[in-house]
Design a binder for this molecule. Sequence first.
Ligand code: G6P
Length: 369
Amino acid sequence: ALIGKGEHRHFMAKEIFEQPQVIGDTLNAMYNPARGSITLPDLPFDMADVPKVTIVACGTSYYAGLVGKYWIERTARVPVEIDVASEFRYRRPVLQDGGVALFISQSGETADTLAALRHCKAEGQRIVSVVNSPESSMARESDVVLQTNAGPEIGVASTKAFTTQLTVLACFAIALGRAKDTLTPAREKALAAALAEVPGRAAEVLAHDEAIRDIAQFVAEARDVLYLGRGTSYAIALEGALKLKEISYIHAEGYAAGEMKHGPIALIDESVPVIVIAPHDEDDLFEKTASNVQETVARGGQVIFFSDAKGVLRMQDTALHAIAMPEVDPFVAPILYAIPVQLLAYHTAVLKGTDVDQPRNLAKSVTVE
Ligand code: G6P
């Protein structure tokens, strides 16, 4: 069937706005509302026995995997190794017997990721893939397929594939935590309920579209942009920077906020927008990120701050712009905070007049090495 842009100017905008729907579609396959629990498809192995998880992917899918690492280690206390496929496949990684190798790919055809999958399969790992194309090579060659129900993604810069990958990985972390007995039934229920809220909350985030379009006018003037975050927000900072450079061609870097002192702080002046991802969390990382914001502002940096209402209240006199995100369980925050950085990249690219859906030099699916 021919896929149209609907009321949107670009596929990317349409796909960003589809997220409440497709996150819900993805979750529906794994969430049991009556029991308030998460169930994965039948696995040909016992999750309780999994000693280690190795995550491999490229591009945006890799950043989804990075969030997955934080989630799995926190929730299931299983060690997670993660790498980009082009490094992993050649570096003779040490795999553990009985380990799960988890591959994340929208297309299911990315050459490096597929080669890494075949390597792990030959080494006897249990192959789990998170893919959006059920007919893909990766889906065919995996022991278990955890499907993202994002529907076709046309824009080269990935958006809805990313948030649905996160949705699947959140469910995987919860299911592993249950199998490992690291998650109490009450906490599992709370996490499942938090996930079930995400589609509705995502729709609330999309209501900030106009405010973010205004912020994009400032970002579009910049030569360099820095994105900062800690914990799962670090992965969102990396993804935000990737989105911006892919489609607006503005140089952007994502950094762990705590590493700013070890380099990027040297770049900060009035011309550098600093995008800060800072939801409140369980470990008081908010306070640490808030002091990084103070250090940035003291050097003339112009901060664009994404946090919850409480965080925005704290920073409204310090940041150039602050956007109040919905109040949610910190576990699901990365799914929601992915959306404003997508919108910011999108509007910046539109202002720059680039080919948003087909940025120069990039391909939707990289099937050659
Ligand atoms: C290309 C695309 C990205 C995507 C990456 C991985 O670089 O432009 O949007 O994140 O490949 O693709 P995959 O299909 O494996 O998720």
